[in-house]
Design a protein around this ligand. Structure first.
Ligand SMILES: Nc1ncnc2c1ncn2[C@@H]1O[C@H](COP(=O)(O)OP(=O)(O)OP(=O)(O)O)[C@@H](O)[C@H]1O
Ligand SMILES: [Mg+2]
Length: 308
């Protein structure tokens, strides 16, 4: 895997307040990296520094081998980004907007514009005025704008804000397509866990300006023990049996029986134990941990440790 963006110990202090606190991470070509955190965590500030809209107090950002400090133009030349609302002229057509925008970069051909319009699915409406576009269509036009110069890195700050489920799905599909087929690195921010889970390969969690965890989405969800719901009767007898035979296993009473944290391999033994003791087993169900559960675990662990 080839690293295309690297943040090295990036810190931002504004008026004596540390907004971004020694953040380091790397993003590879072909991957979707999610920047996840609550309101005010520092997502937009970090993104503004990556795209060159804001200077760094200390540290450095390397994009495509160039330092944003010493080789600003080369570094930001690799980037296409939507930060805040993309600038558009509502009384011009989508196409006119793209032509206008294309004048700002060298070598963008008519063919390239047509190809990009096709990619974001705006071909049918591209000659309509932007004021007649829905929010989702404006979003797609914004995406087309930042794809015109074939960036290696696409950065979208909260791209799904305000979109309906269909619009969110569209953005998600484009993002995945660009990463897979164009080998682009995509950085997206969000405070919505469920969305990140579906869109990203890796997720970095930011809280109070600190990057507190970076994990593969898959591992992130898997790395905690799995909970199984056992629908059993009588449940207090089952609970007592677990306590006696598996003192280290966490088990609690749940709505339909008991809920137990264990690995899949333990299930047959447990079932045998129940059956041998005349406990009726009606069903066993794995309770999938969502990113949200894991997120709350990680952030509360962190709070616990900092409060000490
Ligand atoms: N120019 C600035 N001057 C002073 N403080 C700022 C400035 N820009 C951002 N901040 C502060 O930095 C912190 C992080 O803000 P930022 O906008 O990066 O958060 P965010 O994670 O993008 O939040 P949201 O989810 O609400 O968009 C906030 O406390 C904010 O008030
Ligand atoms: Mg923000």
């Amino acid at each position: 895997m080839e690293t295309i963006v690297e943040l090295k110990d990036v810190t931002k202090v504004i008026k004596g307040r540390t907004i971004i606190d020694h953040i380091s991470f790397q993003v590879n070509k072909g991957e979707v990296f999610g920047f996840l955190g609550p309101n005010g965590a520092g997502k937009t500030t970090t993104i503004r520094m990556i795209v060159g809209l804001m200077g760094l107090t200390s540290g450095d950002i390397i994009i495509g081998g160039s330092s944003i400090k010493s080789e600003f133009e080369q570094a930001v030349g690799h980037i296409g980004a939507i930060v805040e609302n993309p600038e558009m002229y509502k009384f011009l057509t989508g196409y006119q907007n793209l032509v206008h925008y294309a004048r700002m970069s060298k070598g963008i051909t008519k063919e390239k514009i047509a190809e990009t319009v096709e990619l974001v699915g705006l071909t049918e409406r591209i000659h309509d005025k932007v004021k007649t576009y829905s929010l989702g269509m404006r979003q797609r036009l914004g995406l087309a704008q930042c794809l015109l110069h074939d960036p290696d890195v696409l950065i979208l700050d909260e791209p799904t804000n305000g979109l309906d489920p269909a619009g969110i799905r569209e953005i998600r599909d484009y993002v995945r397509l660009l990463a897979r087929e164009k080998n682009m690195a995509v950085i997206v921010s969000s405070h919505m866990l469920s969305e990140m889970e579906m869109m990203c390969d890796r997720i970095g969690i930011i809280q109070n300006g600190q990057l507190i965890d970076v994990q593969l989405v898959h591992d992130f969800v898997q790395s905690s023990e799995v909970t199984f719901e056992f629908e059993v009767l009588p449940s207090d007898k089952a609970l007592a049996l677990i306590e006696a035979h598996y003192p280290n296993v966490r088990a609690i009473r749940s709505r339909n029986g008991i809920s137990v944290e264990l690995t899949k391999e333990d299930i047959p033994n447990l079932v045998k134990l129940f059956v041998d003791d005349n406990i009726s087993v009606f069903g066993i169900k794995e309770v999938a941990k969502t990113l949200e559960d894991r997120f709350l675990e990680v952030t509360s662990e962190k709070e616990g440790s900092t409060r000490g």
